[in-house]
Design a protein around this ligand. Sequence first.
Ligand code: GLU
Length: 533
Amino acid sequence: MTNTTNQVRVRFAPSPTGRLHIGGARTAIDNWAFARATGGTFILRIEDTDPERSTEENKQVILRAMRWLGLDWDEGPEVGGPFGPYTQMERTETYAAALEQLKASGNAYPCFCTKEEIDAKRAKAQDEEGGYSGYDGTCRNIDPEQAAARIAAGEPHVWRLAVPKDHGPIEFDDAVYGHMSFPAEVMDDLILVRSDGTPTYNFAVVCDDANMKITHVVRGDDHLSNTPRQILIYEALGYPVPTFAHLSMILGADGKKLSKRHGATSVEEYRDRGYLPEAVVNFLALLGWSLDGETTIIPPEVLCREFSLDRITKKDAIFDEAKLDWMNGVYIRELEAQRWYELSKTWLAKAVALGRCVPAGANVVPTPNPADPNAPAPEPIQVTDEALAEAAEFVEANPELFVKIFPQVRERLNRLDDVVDKIAFMFWGKNCRLDQKSFQKQLQKEGSRAVEVLEAVRNLMSDESLAWECDAVQDACKELCAQMEMKPRVFFGNVRVALCGNTVSPPLFELLELMDRATVVARIDGVLELLRS
Ligand code: GLU
């Protein structure tokens, strides 16, 4: 029997045994987008029947990660709903009632076999050629009165589903995998309720999905082998069977199942590394689904309009972090400056603190070379907690400054944390951290006119009659460059290195304008002193 209601009801059912990882987030996104696109209902259900591994903390972490992603649920923890509670351990009565129903209809029976007995039988069966290693049905034939007596005497037992002997193949049409067929003979009389009275995953999931009137079960294909078992339970309970859609695996760039080895795997790690929720949602939605095979930028609101199960592919999806970085950059460039500022505060504070903690005077530090592990690395700057706290206050107190910085750096940010390296120089004060290679190539080289250039620029900038404003300063410098008959590349290269430490920095004069004139002049003085010594 298939569910015939038109109103889509889908659920995301995480087990609170860890953080929300990328695979789970993709499942949540697909369910959410499907509900939104069809005007349906998105339900969040916490599956905590594994008491040893489930924790309240994990549950909170998952809820927070969902909220951060912008996935709102219509029914579930904290919002309630007509089919609650939405946490399995608060629903144990419903499983007990379902078990009673199955007992009464003769579809469930108690099994007294101990684990040791079953293990021994399994081992023996495996030794014999063609031996089938599933449960052999020993307790299925116990006389019901006898079984009742053993239960009354307190003998430990589980409850198993009596899989109909004459059941033909178990078939269903998966929305992703197409027509599926499993032989019923190989289905064990699976356990529904454990000896401690807790329901198994398969049993609880069917009870919940049925009671919550779930129409589509959209989940990872690691559950594909559970589906025929769950269908047997639906049938035994006389519940309508929902439509299933199994999502393919997410693989790392090396073609192996995504895991810790590939780097960050939880949603929170991505948040902490400077990714935007809308970029993560867009990126994950495209793992296994496409709008038209080519569009890559699909903001959440479009996803919520356009998502459909029939565009999910069963091909494994590859997690390409470079693509995520690119996509994140696209979303960053779309941000309103104020929102960027709000989202970036942690990293802005880090940039300010890093800048302020640069040792006094002009310092030359080795050029980092990631390709050569033996190359000397610059001494890391020691940022104290106090400096960080002060920097955070500064960031909090100066939104206008950072809002003005944003247009100058936005083209250069793929992740929010990229801003740290880009703007720390603005907070060096009088000090300067000169990259060795840039210093040698631009300022110290044979025949360099750096001292002459910097002296002239210093005098020009310290002249109060020159407006401290991007265009004015830049034009004056251009004029100076022409007067000195120098190549602009060399002239401005000198200025850039003396002020930012290296040749790569965001638009120089635009950012200088946002700095204090006296500080900039003092910084040039420091570099001049170093060059003359
Ligand atoms: N709690 C299961 C898991 O976290 C979800 C099962 C399902 O979606 O049916 O894998």
